[in-house]
Design a protein around this ligand. Structure first.
Ligand code: AMP
Length: 565
C-alpha cells in the first residue's frame, strides 16, 4: 500500500479528515487552514467545480448550481439537475472526496489512496456501496466503513488505552446535521466492543432548521410580504440565517433574524424576526425526544441499565443544544465527557481505525455489531434470519435449508436485510440461483447457506448442496462484488498515472477513451458493460505500467515470429 490510510468523517454538513501521528489523533486542516470542510459542492459556469467553503459562499448567489447534504441522497437513484447537468449523488460526493484527498495530500506531503470512512450505523447496504463508489471515483479506496458512534467510542478508548483493564460501559450519543446514531459499548483497555446501536439516518440538525425555517418564512411572508418559497436566492439566505440563529440559541436566550432585502425601487429594508430559545425548543422537542427514545431502545437491546453506564460521550454539532442535555438527563444521569471535541470525535476515531487497518495501532481493536438482520426468503414469503441485528462482527452463520417441490434441481436464494418478519417488508439485497441440486423428494436435499459479514457490514453469501457439492458464492456487496466501486477506482488511478507519464500519443488517447468508457459504465452501465470496460482498462493499464517502467512508451507493432533480423 503506498501512502498512508487516513480517516474521514464524511458528514452531512461538514467533512473532516484525521490521521494518527506519533500516537496522537490529528485533524488534517484543509487548504484554508480550517479543521472542517462544508459538505457543499457548487458547479460554476465554464465547468469549474467549487467545493467546501467557497461552494457554501456561492450557494447564496447561485443556489440552483449548488448541492448541499448530498450524503442524504447516497444510495438513491436521484438525478440531480445542477448547473445545467444531470448528476448522480455519487458524482457530487466524489467531488467532496477529491477535495478532502487533495487537501490531505497537501498537508501530509505524501499520496493518499486509501481511507477509513465513517457512516451512520443506520446506513443501509445500498448507501454504503454508494459511498464507497463516490470515494473510488475520487481515487480513494474506502478500505473500511466504520459506524460513526463506534468511531467516537474508539477515539475515547484510544485516550484511555494506557489505563489497564478499566471496564466501562459507554453510551455514545451522536446527533449531527443529517443523522442520529446511538451506540452502547463496553470499553476495556485496548478492546472496545459494541453491544448495541440504534439510529435514524433522516434525523438531524437539518430537521430542526427546517422547522424553524417554516416558521420564520411564514412570519416574513405575513409581516413583510416576502415570498422566500418562490425565490431561491431569498430562501437560501434564509436557510443560512436560520441555522445561525439556531446555533446562537445554544448559548443565548433570544436572537434576531435580520434579512437584508432590496425592496421595490432599490430601497434597502431590514425585515427582522425575533426567535427565543424557548420557541426553538418547542420546535426541536419532537426531534430530540425521538433521539432519547432511540437511546432507551439501544440500552434495552444492550441489556444495560442507565445507572450502569460509566461514561456518556456526546458527538455531532446538534448535541450542543441545551435541550439535548436536559432531555437526555431524564434517562442518563451522568454528565457528558468533554475530552474530545463534539465535532471532531468521529474523525479522530476514523484516524484510530485507519491506524488499526494499516497495522500502526498494534494491540488495539474494536468489535462492532451488525446494524441490521440478514436472512433469506423461505417458503410462504417468510424470512429466515441468519445474522441477527446487533450480533458481533465479523460474523459467520450457517443454516441448512431444503427444497419445496419434488424433483426440484435449482433453488433461488433471495438475500434480504431488515427486521420485518415477512421478506416483502425488508430490503432485497439480491437473488441468485443454485443449480445442480440433487433431484429428490421435497424436503430431502440439504442445502447449506452461509452468511459472512465483515467489519464494514458487507455481506458474502455461499450456498452449497451438501450431497452433490454444487456450490454458488456471491458477494452481495463489499469490495469483492463492488464492481462499480472497483472500476471507478481503477479508472481514477489509471487517469492519474497516465497524466504523470510520458506516453506515445496513440496509447494516451486510448487510455483516455478507456477511462471515459469506464466512468460511463460506472454511472450508467450494467454489470456486463462494467466487466467489459474493466477488461479493456486493465489491458491498457498493463501497457501503461510497462511504459512507466521503461520511462517511455514501448508500444510497437506486432513482431513477426522468427522475423527479419
Ligand atoms: P455535524 O454533522 O456534527 O457537523 O453537525 C452539524 C449540525 O450541528 C448542523 O445541523 C449544525 O447546525 C448543528 N450545530 C453545530 N453547532 C451547534 C450548536 N452550537 N447548537 C446547535 N446546533 C449546532
Amino acid at each position: 500500500m503506498s501512502g498512508r490510510v487516513i480517516g474521514i468523517d464524511f458528514g452531512t454538513t461538514n467533512a473532516l479528515c484525521a490521521w494518527l501521528d506519533a500516537g496522537r489523533t490529528v485533524i488534517i486542516p484543509n487548504e484554508r487552514g480550517a479543521r472542517f470542510t462544508p459538505s457543499v459542492v457548487s458547479y460554476a459556469p465554464g465547468g469549474e467545480v467549487l467545493v467546501g467553503e467557497s461552494a457554501k459562499n456561492r450557494a447564496i448567489a447561485a443556489p440552483a448550481d449548488t448541492v448541499r447534504a448530498v450524503k442524504r441522497l447516497l444510495g438513491t437513484r436521484t438525478s440531480l439537475q445542477v448547473g445545467g447537468r444531470a448528476l448522480r449523488p455519487e458524482d457530487v460526493a466524489a467531488e467532496l472526496f477529491a477535495k478532502l484527498r487533495s487537501d490531505a495530500e497537501r498537508f501530509l506531503g505524501f499520496p493518499v489512496e486509501s481511507a477509513v470512512v465513517t457512516v451512520p450505523a443506520s446506513f443501509s447496504d445500498a448507501q454504503r456501496r454508494s459511498l464507497r463508489e463516490a470515494a473510488a471515483l475520487a481515487g480513494l479506496d474506502a478500505l473500511r466503513l466504520v459506524n460513526e458512534p463506534t468511531a467516537a467510542a474508539l477515539a475515547r478508548a484510544w485516550l484511555d488505552r494506557q489505563k489497564p483493564g478499566a471496564d466501562t460501559l459507554v453510551l455514545v450519543y451522536d446527533f449531527g446535521g443529517g443523522t442520529f446514531d446511538v451506540t452502547v459499548l463496553r470499553s476495556r483497555g485496548s478492546a472496545c466492543e459494541v453491544l448495541a446501536s440504534a439510529g435514524d439516518d433522516r434525523l438531524g440538525g437539518l430537521d430542526i432548521d427546517a422547522a424553524l425555517y417554516a416558521e420564520v418564512a411564514a412570519a416574513f411572508s405575513r409581516d413583510y410580504g416576502l415570498d422566500a418559497e418562490g425565490d431561491l436566492f431569498l430562501s437560501q439566505q434564509l436557510w443560512d440565517l436560520v441555522e445561525r440563529a439556531k446555533i446562537e440559541l445554544s448559548s443565548r436566550e433570544s436572537t434576531e433574524i435580520v434579512m437584508p432585502f432590496m425592496g421595490p425601487g432599490g430601497a434597502l429594508s431590514h425585515p427582522s424576526f425575533t426567535v427565543t430559545r424557548r420557541r426553538l425548543e418547542d420546535l426541536a422537542r419532537p426531534f430530540v425526544e425521538r433521539t432519547v427514545h432511540l437511546t432507551a431502545e439501544a440500552l434495552r437491546t444492550a441489556k444495560v441499565e442507565p445507572a450502569e453506564l460509566g461514561a456518556l460521550v456526546l458527538s455531532g454539532g446538534s448535541s450542543r443544544m441545551p435541550l439535548v442535555g436536559e432531555l437526555l438527563a431524564h434517562l442518563v444521569r451522568r454528565a457528558p465527557e468533554s475530552r474530545v471535541n463534539f465535532e471532531e470525535i468521529v474523525a479522530s476515531g476514523a484516524a484510530v481505525e485507519a491506524a488499526i487497518v494499516s497495522g500502526d495501532a498494534e494491540g488495539f481493536a474494536v468489535r462492532d455489531v451488525a446494524s441490521f438482520s440478514y436472512g433469506v426468503e423461505i417458503e410462504g414469503g417468510a424470512c429466515a434470519v441468519l445474522v441477527q441485528r446487533n450480533e458481533s462482527l465479523p460474523a459467520r452463520k450457517r443454516r441448512v435449508f431444503t427444497t419445496i417441490a419434488d424433483g426440484q434441481d435449482t433453488v433461488e436464494i433471495h438475500v434480504i436485510q431488515g427486521e420485518g418478519k415477512k421478506a416483502g417488508d425488508n430490503l432485497s439485497l439480491g437473488r441468485f440461483l443454485l443449480a445442480g441440486v440433487r433431484k429428490a423428494r421435497r424436503g430431502e436435499p440439504r442445502i447449506l447457506v452461509e452468511f459472512a459479514i465483515d467489519e464494514s457490514d458487507l455481506l458474502r453469501v455461499r450456498a452449497k448442496d451438501l450431497d452433490t457439492g454444487a456450490e454458488q458464492r456471491v458477494v452481495v456487496s463489499g469490495s469483492g462484488s463492488d464492481d462499480a466501486a472497483k472500476l471507478a477506482l481503477l479508472a481514477t488511478r489509471v487517469a492519474e498515472l497516465s497524466a504523470r507519464t510520458v506516453l506515445e500519443s496513440g496509447l494516451a488517447d486510448e487510455l483516455e477513451e478507456a477511462v471515459a468508457a469506464a466512468r460511463k459504465a460506472v454511472s450508467e452501465g450494467d454489470a456486463a458493460s462494467r466487466a467489459e470496460a474493466r477488461a479493456v482498462l486493465e489491458a491498457l493499464a498493463g501497457e501503461l505500467f510497462a511504459a512507466r517502467d521503461d520511462g517511455v512508451s514501448r508500444r510497437t507493432g506486432l513482431g513477426v515470429a522468427g522475423g527479419a533480423r
